[in-house]
Design a protein around this ligand. Structure first.
Ligand SMILES: *Cc1c(COP(=O)(O)O)cnc(C)c1O
Length: 474
């Protein structure tokens, strides 16, 4: 298809980079912008205009191409480039441990400690009583053992790292027996068989997809067997005709044949969530009590702390793990350590942990409180007085996320929002991309849905502003 004469005219009107550079130099704003950034921005704006002109539904007119309008556009582009890429967002998805939105929010105490330790010197690796080099992990090992009942503990960068480190230490060059039903893939390319391969351990699958029995494990044990591994199914669930071997049974088997047993708990929680009306998740204490030699789990899933991979288990084994050179490559930094120690200390009192650790608080928020927040947000939006706005309250559900409790629907009261003359897709995109603070929601039944479970009270005015902005600009 040839170019129409209108398109050709518009293309001819597009100024070159040199000409724009000269025009930009006359403005104080651009004088302060680094040369490379300015030239790149000019090129990108001109290229995107060219593309727009050439596209089927060209919306560019000659008015868009005068120098003043172009400079405005470039100024916006430069501002965009200079603004931080990692920014706060409002999570209206109702997924509490949302991996793409940063998983857990740190408690107030953890944040305070993180700032205190991060902005000053600390005894990170210094033993204050002896005046000599100390262990980086001393700050959290004791409390991890205290809460879990384990003999020893260790923390690395994340749970994927913890699993890799344990496998490498315990079973490099040896066979690791795992049930077929537990060869899971977690989002973001963590797959048990792949991690296993990287660790140098050899995967020995047993059982079938839906059923694995004790005799399957037992029949697979041979001289080169280095480990029996149990993996939490995490983000999926098996129903129907299923069978699996409990951790205690595996431990018994391991003892008989002198083979260590490890469990990757995935999310990992110190709190029996069934006490709060939720489904039962295995707790870390239960796995430790069952006698696993090593238990691994994440710091930022149900635990509600910073990103970390926690390993709890037998002292003899943890000593070997601590000496593994991989540990150095996977080590956590002082900010993580500070936030983790504070988070863990909250678990000394379980009820206060649920009240002060945001992840647990959001998961256990009552439907009554969520409804209250939903009504309050609905009221605030209506106060904007736009005749285009329709907001209804809907009975939908939230999710825990982070590969925990995949079958659990947490009952919630959500806002279903429609703006007259605007599709739900356009509304969703505006809220995500065009507002000062992105408001992330989801689309259902052609409505933009906001779930108050993951929205904090002080975020209501921010959402209101985003809508006010929308009514002014569209
Ligand atoms: C989430 C998860 C992991 C990975 O943990 P990260 O902390 O994200 O590295 C590993 N195993 C299981 C079963 C998980 O659920």
């Amino acid at each position: 298809m040839g170019l129409g004469s209108k398109q050709q005219n518009l293309l001819r009107m597009l100024p070159g980079v040199d000409r724009m550079l000269e025009a930009a130099r006359a403005e104080a704003f651009f004088a302060a912008v680094p040369q490379i950034l300015l030239t790149e921005s000019l090129r990108e704006v001109i290229a995107s205009l060219r593309e727009e002109i050439l596209s089927e539904e060209a919306t560019v007119g000659s008015d868009d191409l005068n120098i003043k309008t172009l400079l405005d556009r470039i100024r916006e582009h430069v501002k965009q480039r200079l603004s931080p890429k990692l920014k706060r967002v409002i999570n209206g998805t109702g997924v509490v441990v949302h991996t793409n939105l940063g998983r857990s929010l740190l408690s107030e105490m953890a944040v305070k400690n993180l700032v205190a330790i991060g902005s000053r010197y600390s005894n990170l690796e210094f033993d204050l009583s002896k005046g000599i080099r100390g262990s980086r992990y001393a700050a959290v090992e004791e409390i991890l053992c205290e809460i879990s009942g384990g003999e020893a503990a260790m923390v690395v960068n994340n749970n994927a790292g913890a699993v890799l480190l344990c496998l490498e230490t315990l079973a490099s060059g040896k066979k690791v027996i795992v049930s077929r039903g537990e060869l899971v893939e977690i989002g973001g390319s963590f797959r048990i068989p792949d991690v296993m391969a990287k660790s140098g351990a050899i995967l020995k699958e047993v059982g079938t997809t839906n059923r694995t029995h004790r005799h399957d494990y037992e029949g697979a044990i041979e001289n080169e067997t280095g480990l029996l591994l149990k993996v939490h199914q995490s983000n999926y669930s098996m129903v129907g005709f299923t069978a699996s071997v409990s951790l205690s049974e595996l431990v018994e088997l391991g003892r008989t044949y002198h083979i260590p047993v490890m469990e990757d708990l995935g999310s990992g929680t110190f709190i029996d969530l069934s006490k709060y009306g939720l489904m039962k998740e295995p707790t870390v204490q239960e796995s430790v009590a069952a006698g696993a030699d090593a238990v691994t789990f994440s710091g930022d899933k149900l635990l509600g702390g910073p990103q970390a991979g926690i390993i709890i288990g037998k002292k003899e084994l943890l000593d070997r793990i601590k000496k593994n050179p991989l540990t150095r490559a996977l080590r956590i930094d002082k900010l993580t350590l500070a936030a983790l120690e504070s988070t863990l200390s909250l678990y000394r009192d379980k009820d206060s942990a649920v009240a002060s650790i945001p992840t647990l608080k959001m998961i256990t928020t009552s439907l009554k409180d969520i409804t209250k927040r939903a009504r309050s947000l609905q009221r605030e939006l209506k106060k904007l007085g736009s005749p285009r706005l329709r907001v209804i309250l809907m009975d939908l559900s939230s999710r825990v996320g982070g590969g925990a409790l995949p079958m659990l629907n947490l009952p919630s009261k959500c806002l279903g929002i429609r703006i007259e003359g605007m599709s739900a897709n356009v509304l969703e995109r505006f809220m995500r991309e065009k507002t000062e603070l992105p408001v992330i929601g989801r689309i259902e039944a052609d409505l933009f849905i906001l779930d108050p479970r993951t929205i904090q009270d002080e975020e209501i005015p921010i959402i209101k502003n985003a809508f006010s902005d929308l009514f002014q600009r569209t």
